[in-house]
Design a protein. Sequence first.
Length: 367
Amino acid sequence: MKKHNARLGPQNNSRIMWDGFRGWRIRTGTNRSRDPRAPNSRRLGSSDWIVNWRGPVSRWSNAHKKSQSGGVITSFPCSGASMDERFLNERLARRAESNALRSLHETRDLVDFTSNDYLGFARSSNLREMVDAALRDRPDLPLGSTGSRLLSGHTQLHAEIEEEVATFHRAESSLIFNSGYDANIGLFSSVPQRSDTVLYDQLVHASVRDGLRLGLAKAYSFRHNDLAHLETRLRRAVGTCFVAVESVYSMDGDCAPLREIVELVQHYDAYLIVDEAHATGVFGTEGRGRVVENSLQDMVFARLHTFGKALGVHGAAVVGSRTLKNYLINFARSFIYTTSLTPHSLVAIRCAYQQLARSRGLIGQLH
Ligand SMILES: Cc1ncc(COP(=O)(O)O)c(C=O)c1O
């Protein structure tokens, strides 16, 4: 890799560019004829060179690692842009060099092996019609929510749907966030305090880790689904101790041993938080999640249910006690300092739950 790392010309004014389906390219501003150190380069215009950076370049495309090493990376003062963005381009170039550059692709007209639309709700014409009809019945609903829930953005609709979500997941209450990411950020940054300990499975979602980074508690990972390691950590925990797991892990689709974890957590007087993002709509009667499936709802401090995966819409809710809800309304900054979900998103969430309640057969087919 390194030996291909030639620089293209003295002025070094190059840009990294996405070139349709041909992948990432390094656009340089040199005037020189074909550079012998960049055999894949070709002339673009009077002063531009394209150096082929063979794609796809995504974090997961290890299979292509070798074939990508023919690319040439330069350093990047911007040609043509009004601002000097070298500090961005240099980091992007390093990502490209290690085949970890992320990019956005539309995935229409492909067979879906990757999305979280487990029940096909996101593309369901039936759900679409339900949402359209429900919106037609409510011409009074504004297009936007106009502000934070704590100011102008709270409506009766929010309150009703939070009740419905709580009832469905057998909880005392629920609080809707704009996304699962926001919900985890709010929960993990606000609930554990400086003197507390959070123990999290090493494979928990980035949103849990990011929430912990914003908070003040000490946080330690334990080996994935390793009860003995969790117990070692529990023995050493100080302050109030929280344990964070996913009920179904997003990367491998394996399940946490929830009953055993609950036993341990109870033994050490800790509080269990279960992210049910990938179990919502998929596990338990009518998709209520693995906590309800195992009748553990009274032993779990907080659960996260997201609406953007099997439910096919958008948003998320933290479900738990009324006290927890009140606490989050007061302290979760990702709840407080943001414009609340739009009324049409709320209507879509309600309709998705209604469709879920009628989808036992479909859910059964997943197992
Ligand atoms: C386990 C888990 N938790 C939380 C989230 C965040 O949810 P959302 O996509 O609604 O922000 C995700 C999404 O990828 C997830 O996989």
